[in-house]
Ligand binder design. Sequence first.
Ligand code: SF4
Length: 376
Amino acid sequence: MISECAKCPVYVCRVGDREHGPEACPMQYDFPAAEGLYVDPDIRRVARVAALVEAAGYRRWRRAEEVIEFARRLGFYRLGVVSCSDMAGVAELYIDVLKKNGFETIRAGNSQGECEPVAHAALCNDRGTDLNILLGMCVGHDSMFIRHSKAWVTCLVAKDRFLVHNPVGALYGANGYFSQALREHQTEQAGHADADMAAGQLAAAAKEVCSQGHGRWTRVEETMEFARKLGVIKLGLIFCAGFRYEAAILTDILEANGFEVVSVGCKAGAVPKEWIGISDSEKVRPGRPEMICNPLAQAELLNRSHTGLNILMGQCVGHDSLSMKHSEAPVVCLIAKDRVLAHNTVAALYESRGYLRSALYQEHRTKERKGSHGGS
Ligand code: SF4
């Protein structure tokens, strides 16, 4: 399967055109039909609600608010909050926000000691969480948690110790201050890792990256090192169309480091939003054609390409959940999108008791407690 959306010069899928993409456009080949991918009513509902939240809060809600709205609209009231040990303080800030908004929270993560993503997933599974929120996990530990979580997972904070948890900064500086750093992670060994790699393999690679790169490598560098330690050459890149500039930069960096990249943008498939039950007034820009984000097709194309590790970049809340569930290869959340805070999602939590107090604590307050799995 050929797919190089990150290098696409036209992006015609955004306007519903399936015919005029470039040669490496996945729509020119055997593209997975939405009718087959979104047949499950729960999957369809998550996809629809993610699109509704995207439009309702477009450039108005921070990601921390979008997560609350996504959970509320789906009737998800028991939320797992998962972090690695050094992000415990930030996790507590968000737990406070969630509780005051009427949610029940399950805290999975130590405040000290080793990161234990598999144990965290087991705890969330035992407690029957509806949605698990990644709030600062090391590269690879997120992959392990996602793989073992039964509930949906969304990423709120992609931890980057070097860039104070705003990993996209590495890409914006890729041709400047970070130029040398990002190009010196040359892939030396070219092993083959299958998508079925064992938890022990992931854990060992994540632990090495964590200790070697601690506070020294950006998350982009950590992701490359993680792939290298797993022996992965072929990387999948799932990105939001709003991140196409960043996707092109990242692809350039990955290829310069010896990786092969299969990339799929979110509008691939060119499926109109009406197809999933979104009315014109519920679009981001009513009166114009809008295509659904297609996270299942993105993951499916990477599955067919047998990528060894999939990188998520800038997906909406909930669209990331769908890609994570459908990915056969381990998944790393590289960048969590925040249209208000220039993708610095953690800033909302640092200000949760200050400037953003009323936005986070009042605007999204859940008036009535509904049963799990209820809601609209
Ligand atoms: S599917 Fe990918 S390659 Fe095809 S038009 Fe869209 S962005 Fe371009």
